[in-house]
Structures are given as structure tokens and as C-alpha cells.
Design a protein around this ligand. Structure first.
Ligand code: SF4
Ligand code: SF4
Ligand code: SF4
Length: 329
């Protein structure tokens, strides 16, 4: 342990402590939200489970879904509604699915699944390389070139959305709905919205969608449960849902109103601060301990032929090399 190493350890510790402060700052920023964010409202009282949205999604995302040789979707044609007999989940080959729910005494209810594009996405806060990130416009997007394949996002997502391409041994990636960000940037509607024959999907500014949903509930209270799923769940989501039955019947979990990233920010902050302080203390202890050891050797007069002396010489040589390297850069 020389002065250089001690200083670098200490600065790493200070950086770790400082990063914990930035976690709090980032969390505070997220709380402001994105007033211009867009989203989609799914009204399941209008949805007929036709799967046109699934077909559209597959079509508009053909360039980014896994290559045709691995293609298994659709297992049955999109017009085949027999698939609705079983509950399905999104995966790396399909960004959206529609499921059917039999409810006593009424016609079945259909609900569309895809990434909810959370206002404060847990997937993005769990992604330490920032491969997943929230855009001010609403979509939560993915940079495959940054992804290290840790799959923390899959664990963090309260809706079990990010999917991993386990079939790809060489370059497995995460897959999920993009809210059709490239199409939206181009002035088009998301593929699923554009193809819905029943207008069960509405695209627009999230704040406007909430007003539309509130108005529908107010105008037809007998038709809807008095709850817009996604308005507050996990701090709010850009996909919003109206339903004629309690949302938990449609497999929409009761996740609370606080974003998971906000819940963990305190832990991360404490852990970051603790790691920073601990590394400084350990560095100091190691530095003092080594100093004492060297002093003891010198006091015995055996320094010149000891390993400690050779180590010191080696370190000096190494330090000089490092200095040379730095000087040459
Ligand atoms: S296209 Fe529209 S009506 Fe058809 S399943 Fe999708 S959301 Fe429902
Ligand atoms: S639904 Fe899951 S994957 Fe989508 S933004 Fe929220 S946390 Fe991320
Ligand atoms: S917004 Fe785009 S990517 Fe997402 S479900 Fe709809 S079509 Fe698929």
C-alpha cells in the first residue's frame, strides 16, 4: 500500500459516497415527471380480443424481433382466437398479447399486455449500465449495445415485462415494447393503436388520456370500475387501462402507488454511502498497518535483504513505470 494506492482507494470511496447522493438527486428529478409524456389508453369495455394489435405489433417490429430462422411466432395465425383459451405472456418474440377473462354473468373481458412504460421505471433504475432508460416523451427504451445481460431489469419490473432471448447463445438481448417510438417520432401512431378496429386503444398525451378516462367513468359509471389502472400504480404508467371489472381480475397486480425505484433509492443511498466510507476506512487501516510493518523491519536492521525491501523496490519501479506511462500519454 503506497501513497498512490491509498489516495486512489480513498477517492474511489468518496466517488461511491458521491454517487449515492446522485441516486437521491435522480429520484427527485423523476418525481417531477414528464408533463409532455405520451401514452396509450386501453378500454377493455371496447376490446373484442380480435388480436389485430398483436398482428400489427409483429409487423411493425419485424426489423428488431429475432431473425426469421428463430421465428416461432405466431404459433397460430393472428386471426385464430382459439389461443385466447390459455393465458399468454409477452416474450422475446412478441411484445404484446391479448388475454381473455371469463367473468361470471357477463361477456368475457379482454386485456392487452405489453410494457407499461412506467413514469419511474424500475427496470431502468435497476440497469446499472443504463441500457434501459426513460425518455421525457414517455417511452422506456433499450440500448442493446450497452446491455451486459445481467437481467436485473427482469427481476425489477413489477409487471414481468422484459424478456430475454435465451435461444441466442452468442448475443442474447432484452426485448420489450418500445411504444413504437420510431413511428411516433415519425408522426405515426403506434402499430397496435393504428390497427385496432374498435378504437379500444387511444394514443395521446398521458395527461389528456387520464382526462378522457375520467370522463368515460363519469359518463357511464355503470360500465366501469372507478379506477384508472396506471394513473397512480408504481408512481404512474404511460399505458392506462379502463375496465368493467376490478383490475386484479385481469391480472393487473395491486402494486401500490410508490415506484419500486423510489423504495430502493434509500437502500442504494445507504449502501453507496456505507461502501464509500468502508473503503476509505479499510484503505486507511491497510495503509497504517503496512507502515507499521515496514517500520518494524527497518528497526530490526534487516531491511535490505527482506522481501519487504524487494517489494518496496518493485513498487517504486512499478510506480515509476506508471508515472512514465502517464507521462507518455
Ligand atoms: S386490436 Fe383492439 S379490439 Fe382487437 S384485441 Fe387489440 S385492443 Fe382489442
Ligand atoms: S413495465 Fe416493466 S419493463 Fe416496462 S417500463 Fe415499467 S418496469 Fe420497465
Ligand atoms: S406500441 Fe408498438 S411495440 Fe408496443 S405493443 Fe404496440 S405495436 Fe407493439
Amino acid at each position: 500500500m503506497n501513497r498512490r494506492k491509498f489516495l486512489s482507494l480513498a477517492s474511489a470511496g468518496i466517488a461511491a459516497a458521491a454517487s449515492s447522493v446522485s441516486v437521491r438527486a435522480a429520484s427527485a428529478d423523476a418525481a417531477k415527471g414528464h408533463p409532455e409524456a405520451v401514452g396509450v389508453l386501453h378500454d377493455s369495455t371496447l376490446c373484442i380480443g380480435c388480436r389485430s394489435c398483436e398482428a400489427a405489433c409483429q409487423s411493425v417490429n419485424s426489423a428488431i424481433l429475432p431473425k426469421p430462422e428463430n421465428y416461432r411466432v405466431p404459433e397460430k395465425p393472428f386471426y385464430d382466437r382459439s389461443v385466447l383459451a390459455a393465458k399468454r405472456q409477452t416474450d422475446f418474440q412478441r411484445f404484446t398479447v391479448v388475454n381473455r377473462y371469463a367473468v361470471d354473468g357477463r361477456r368475457p373481458v379482454h386485456r392487452k399486455f405489453q410494457c407499461n412504460h412506467c413514469v419511474e421505471p424500475a427496470c431502468a433504475s435497476a440497469c446499472f449500465v443504463k441500457a434501459l432508460y426513460k425518455t421525457p416523451g414517455g417511452p422506456v427504451l433499450y440500448r442493446s449495445e450497452l446491455c451486459v445481460g445481467c437481467r436485473y431489469c427482469m427481476v425489477a419490473c413489477p409487471f414481468f415485462v422484459p424478456a430475454y432471448d435465451y435461444d441466442n447463445a452468442w448475443n442474447p438481448l432484452i426485448y420489450k415494447c418500445t411504444m413504437c417510438a420510431p413511428r411516433v417520432a415519425d408522426g405515426q401512431l403506434p402499430g397496435c393503436v393504428s390497427r385496432c378496429p374498435e378504437q379500444a386503444l387511444i394514443f395521446g398525451k398521458r395527461s389528456e388520456l387520464i382526462k378522457i378516462a375520467q370522463a368515460r367513468i363519469k359518463e357511464s359509471p355503470e360500465k366501469y370500475v372507478q379506477h384508472i389502472y396506471g394513473e397512480h400504480e408504481v408512481g404512474g404508467t404511460c399505458w392506462l387501462y379502463l375496465s368493467p371489472v376490478p383490475h386484479n381480475i385481469l391480472d393487473q397486480p395491486e402494486v401500490g402507488d410508490v415506484s419500486p425505484s423510489r423504495l430502493t433509492s434509500g437502500i442504494l443511498e445507504t449502501a453507496g454511502m456505507a461502501a464509500g466510507i468502508l473503503s476509505v476506512l479499510l484503505g486507511a487501516a491497510c495503509f497504517v498497518s503496512r507502515r507499521r510493518g515496514n517500520d518494524a523491519v527497518n528497526e530490526c536492521g534487516g531491511g535490505t535483504e527482506t522481501g519487504a525491501a524487494r517489494d518496496t523496490g518493485g513498487e517504486t519501479h512499478k510506480e515509476a513505470s506508471e508515472d512514465n506511462k502517464e507521462g507518455g500519454q
